[in-house]
Design a protein around this ligand. Structure first.
Ligand SMILES: *[C@@H]1O[C@H](CO)[C@@H](O)[C@H](O)[C@H]1NC(C)=O
Ligand SMILES: *[C@@H]1O[C@H](CO)[C@@H](O)[C@H](O)[C@H]1NC(C)=O
Ligand SMILES: *[C@@H]1O[C@H](CO)[C@@H](O)[C@H](O)[C@H]1NC(C)=O
Ligand SMILES: *[C@@H]1O[C@H](CO)[C@@H](O)[C@H](O)[C@H]1NC(C)=O
Ligand SMILES: *[C@@H]1O[C@H](CO)[C@@H](O)[C@H](O)[C@H]1NC(C)=O
Ligand SMILES: *[C@@H]1O[C@H](CO)[C@@H](O)[C@H](O)[C@H]1NC(C)=O
Ligand SMILES: *[C@@H]1O[C@H](CO)[C@@H](O)[C@H](O)[C@H]1NC(C)=O
Ligand SMILES: *[C@@H]1O[C@H](CO)[C@@H](O)[C@H](O)[C@H]1NC(C)=O
Ligand SMILES: *[C@@H]1O[C@H](CO)[C@@H](O)[C@H](O)[C@H]1NC(C)=O
Length: 585
């Protein structure tokens, strides 16, 4: 009884200690630990350029790559003993992208994109290894990048980032039974994680352009689901914990978190943003109990964690490897490289041509300096100047001629010249303009033309690129009189409008034309007895269309109403009957 209690207490204690961190991140020379989204500590000051990271929950051990270490490339850090060990000797021209550890077989696996291979070493006590690692799978067309292990079923999974045929593949831990798991609707699967609890693979796909997605599928690639799609992330490493997915993103230089079963349209949470260093690898503190709980296939893994299994992480890495110089010779006795012509950097691994020419081909001069052979339409030492930028004035269209010189096609027909800098003066045939006027035409001073500054491709120069060279702003004999005349006409039009409006208002106040004729209902017809008919004529504004005769009380039908112009006569009568109160209109 006491034993079980003690075991429980121990488990609880180890649980508490183990939960002191949620995620660990490699960035620059630091191994950083985060809990509840805040950094709790740093490790690894003796390292220089940490990249890939893996976690072995059974042995409470982190495994990582230091790209700039002198004699080894893969190291372990025991979180219990706080001891570092170098595990694998540095290979010439290596590029280790990811690594994973299988505690059941005690094997460490890693991918090397330069060698297009998967390597391994065994950390089982008494095993024999190659210093540089043992080759597991050598590929031809595929480029292995991310790697993860399914310890319960004994598979390694990896992603292949050959963009013409990207895949997610798996094989047995000994490299046999290789098969493709995912090969459709995938662009660049940059990272991969396996979750024993959900029996799923998770991966981040750095889709074309600014897009990315976080996806999941069963271990055999079936039941595929997209957990989220987004933009502007550049996912790098991805890991799963009990409840969440974490990934490192180079777009925002951040670590993001998303629930394993995110609701629709959910947004990831930013755990940490980095300013100076780029985060590279990320692992979550995912305890074996949480991973294997209730999963009989994982019995070997869960029993391992209880049996306190030991590994041998004492590897002999020859110390005489020294500083690794990629394109150069080690200076004897000093941690320095003497680089061959055309290379630079601490390890002579950077070509001086790298990113030197913006729009052209780079080559080396005899003294090892980079020089550019610019593409058509570019100039400058680093081909950073687009010869067309700002060349044509007044909205002229720039193109290159056979000699790759810029030429302008002037638009609108009012400018001419090599750079559309001259305004064409229009002369009318009827009225020859005075000679002096011809010389008043826009004469752009030379300084205005030569002021033209070619735009460079460097971003600092961009704010200046808005400077637009205008033509002369002095009096223009063609354009300006037209504008003046148009202005005057406009003014006159407004005045006329105002007058019309006031008149209209006055018209409304004109008196109504009212005629009252009493009609006696008993007597008909109306026309025959005008005295007894009552008609009210209102608002008879346009007299000419008032075809209806208006009856006068005193008179009978007038002779004029019978002649050919009844309208006019009618108007006359109406005006005569108007009541003019006070308006003189
Ligand atoms: C996490 O941090 C927040 C505030 O930053 C605090 O309110 C919360 O209690 C913390 N949770 C744990 C489990 O420490
Ligand atoms: C551990 O590995 C080293 C080197 O491979 C070997 O010399 C040593 O004997 C091993 N120790 C055990 C306990 O297997
Ligand atoms: C990608 O794979 C195709 C064949 O599927 C191969 O022809 C091509 O060379 C590969 N690309 C690279 C960069 O290896
Ligand atoms: C567990 O390990 C034993 C012996 O190492 C092996 O025979 C068995 O197949 C393993 N079980 C699983 C599920 O891998
Ligand atoms: C772990 O210990 C149990 C007994 O406590 C034993 O049955 C089991 O085989 C051991 N597993 C391994 C992998 O050593
Ligand atoms: C790696 O080299 C350094 C000296 O550069 C040495 O101090 C260290 O012991 C070496 N590590 C191993 C594991 O041999
Ligand atoms: C580097 O090598 C060149 C010749 O390859 C030699 O002249 C020079 O002294 C070397 N520099 C150092 C620091 O050893
Ligand atoms: C107009 O200018 C041209 C040179 O730009 C000059 O040759 C010509 O004499 C000038 N005409 C007058 C009337 O000043
Ligand atoms: C235009 O200006 C230049 C220098 O500013 C001067 O040499 C030239 O005579 C001027 N032409 C006219 C037509 O005024």
């Amino acid at each position: 009884m006491c034993r079980t209690e003690c075991v429980l207490a121990l488990v609880a204690l180890s649980f508490g200690v183990a939960h002191s961190w949620d995620i660990a991140v490699t960035t620059g020379e630091q191994l950083e630990f985060y809990s509840n989204n805040t950094k709790i500590r740093n490790e690894g000051v003796r390292f220089r350029d940490l990249t890939a990271l893996a976690y072995d929950a059974v042995h409470n051990m982190l495994l990582f790559v230091d790209k700039q270490s002198d004699n080894a490339s893969i190291f372990s850090f025991n979180l219990g003993t706080k001891k570092y060990r170098s595990l694998v000797r540095r290979r010439s021209d290596e590029n280790i992208q990811d690594l994973t550890f299988d505690p059941v077989e005690g094997k460490l696996f890693w991918t090397d994109t330069n060698e297009r291979s998967i390597f391994w070493i065994s950390m089982k006590p008494g095993s024999k290894n190659n210093d540089y690692g043992n080759l597991l799978i050598k590929m031809d067309d595929e480029i292995p990048r991310a790697i993860a292990v399914d310890s319960c079923r004994g598979y390694i999974y990896w992603t292949n980032i050959n963009v013409t045929k990207p895949t997610i593949e798996r094989a047995r831990l000994d490299g046999t039974n290789r098969e493709v798991v995912i090969d459709t609707n995938i662009y660049m699967p940059v990272s991969l994680a396996i979750d024993q609890q959900t029996k799923q693979i998770y991966w981040a796909d750095d889709k074309e352009g600014i897009h990315y997605s976080i996806e999941t599928a069963d271990l055999d690639g079936k039941n595929r689901r997209t957990l989220m799609v987004g933009t502007h992330h550049q996912p790098y490493a991805l890991t799963v914990s009990k409840d969440s997915i974490y990934w490192v993103d180079w777009g925002y230089r951040s670590v993001w978190q998303l629930p394993k079963n995110p609701p629709m349209y959910s947004e990831p949470e930013e755990i940490k943003a980095f300013n100076n260093e780029l985060p590279f690898g990320v692992v979550a503190n995912y305890q074996i109990e949480d991973q294997t709980h209730g999963n009989p296939e994982c019995e070997n893994l869960s029993s391992l964690s209880q049996n306190n299994s030991v590994i041998n992480d004492t590897f002999y890495i020859p110390t005489d490897v020294g500083l690794f110089c990629v394109h150069g010779i080690k200076v004897s006795g000093k941690p320095l490289c003497n680089c061959t012509v055309g290379y630079t950097g601490e390890r002579c691994d950077i070509s001086v041509c790298q990113n030197y020419c913006f729009q052209g081909d780079c080559s080396l001069t005899s003294d090892g300096q980079p020089t550019c052979n610019c593409n058509n339409g570019y100039s400058g030492n680093r081909c950073e100047v687009n010869v067309c930028t700002g060349y044509c004035l007044n909205n002229g269209i720039c193109s290159l001629n056979e000699k790759s010189q810029p030429t302008c096609q002037c638009l609108g027909g009012d400018h001419e010249g090599e750079r559309c800098q001259t305004l064409i003066v229009l002369t009318t045939t009827t009225e020859a303009p005075p000679k002096t006027e011809t010389n008043q035409s826009c004469n752009c001073s030379d300084s205005q033309i030569i002021n033209y500054q070619p735009m460079t491709l460097s971003p600092e120069a961009y704010p200046n690129s808005e400077t637009i060279i205008e033509g002369c702003s002095s009096w223009d004999p063609v354009r300006d009189p037209v504008i003046v005349v148009l202005g005057i006409l406009c003014g006159l039009l407004c005045l006329a409008c105002a007058v019309l409006i006031t008149k209209n208002l006055q018209l409304r106040r004109r008196p109504r034309i009212k005629k009252r004729i009493i009609v006696n209902k008993n007597v008909t017809p109306m026309t025959a007895r005008p005295d007894q008919c009552e008609i009210t004529i209102e608002n008879c504004c346009n007299m000419n269309i008032c075809e209806t005769p208006c009856f006068e009380p005193r008179s009978t039908i007038r002779p004029s109403l019978l002649d050919s112009k009844p309208g006019k006569e009618e108007k006359k009568n109406l005006i005569a009957n108007m009541e003019y109160p006070d308006d003189p209109y």
